[in-house]
Design a protein around this ligand. Sequence first.
Ligand SMILES: Cc1ncc(COP(=O)(O)O)c(C=O)c1O
Length: 441
Amino acid sequence: MNARLHNELDLNAYWMPFTANRAFKSEPRMIESASGMVCRTDDGREVLDAISGLWCCNAGHCHPHIATAIAAQAATLDYTTAFQVGHPTVFRLAERIARMAPDDLDAVFFTNSGSESVDTALKIALAYHQARGESSRTRLVGRERGYHGVGFGGMSVGGIGNNRKSFGPLLPGVLHLPTTYDHEHQAFSRGQPEWGAHLADELERIVAVNHPSTIAAVIVEPFAGSAGVLVPPVGYLERLREITARYGILLIFDEVITAFGRLGASFAATRFDVVPDMITCAKGITSGTVPMGAVIARESIRATIIDNAPDAIEFFHGYTYSGHPLASAAAMATLDVYEDEQLFERSRKLGPVFEDALHALADKPHVRDIRNMGLAGAVELEPRPDEPGARASTAFADAYERGLLIRTTADVIALAPPLIATPEHIATITGTLGEVLDGVK
Ligand SMILES: Cc1ncc(COP(=O)(O)O)c(C=O)c1O
């Protein structure tokens, strides 16, 4: 066994994101390398990745085709400004993504993360209505339990108290739909729950109270991952689409987790056959290799903003690293892998195997609910009355020691293996998780 590298490191300076820093630094977990489905720790142990890093490494780790493309790009063109200058790879990539996206979602704006994609989409929505001469449309509608990243826009439309509590009043004029999750009516659903389409009707009430002429956009995760794996009820997204269209409100699907194969299709919009006006994505676009995100908007939205612009620059927004050459090359190679290895198809076929294996854990101690769709699923534990989140945290630590990487949010254990997983990997993941659950107190 290798010596534990972290014993030699000074762990103090690095302020870790979304991490219990004090706990981590007293008992660090360090990954040194990875390939395919497996990560390797600094003392030489193998850990099976059941969460695709963080819902992003859909093609598995260190895929040679992607690694080679990034290295070649780094040696050819490391960077060029994205403002007033372009490079060929980013144009090819935009064209390719537009072809994959449904309907006339053909205008691709690049960012560097999911949070930036969300804030960009919200700004596009506001600019669009202003360009149409409806600048009174400034209200944004999010949803209870929604996660849209950590920018001020995303936090404001998001609906998770812990993520908002320290940061003041956030954006004004934001309203929230109720969560789509209801334990009483939906527990242990396989795929989309039957109950809950009517929850979209709350939008009618919001529109009635505020008047349609004040509302710019509704943003939801068509399938929520980070906030606890919440699958949309049958008919819910269709109803949201119908109401937003009726009142001229833009519908944004935040597909940071679902885009690029998680539900067995290129986008959740494709899988559910509901077309929003904008899609935000990130993560799987480069299989997590180089940071990148994007907003894919209807051509008519872009045309409205561009055609009505009073200034030469039509939309005053962008990032130094928008469409970065390395990210663009990584994304092109990632899309090659998705196509060549037919990974979306594979994820769709593996979905039922994953579903059966996951639901077989229903009788384990403290299991309150199991839900799933595509290659994403969750086991929710009954919280300890005095210590919410503690059961799942213990499960996370025990799983890691047993060689399994999972993700927990409160008492929800989320699984989202890379799309290269085999039925044997699924059996190992759920088998190990079963052993972990047997030991949870
Ligand atoms: C739906 C959704 N939106 C936005 C984000 C934020 O993405 P990032 O962490 O890349 O900023 C996430 C991250 O998990 C997400 O799941």
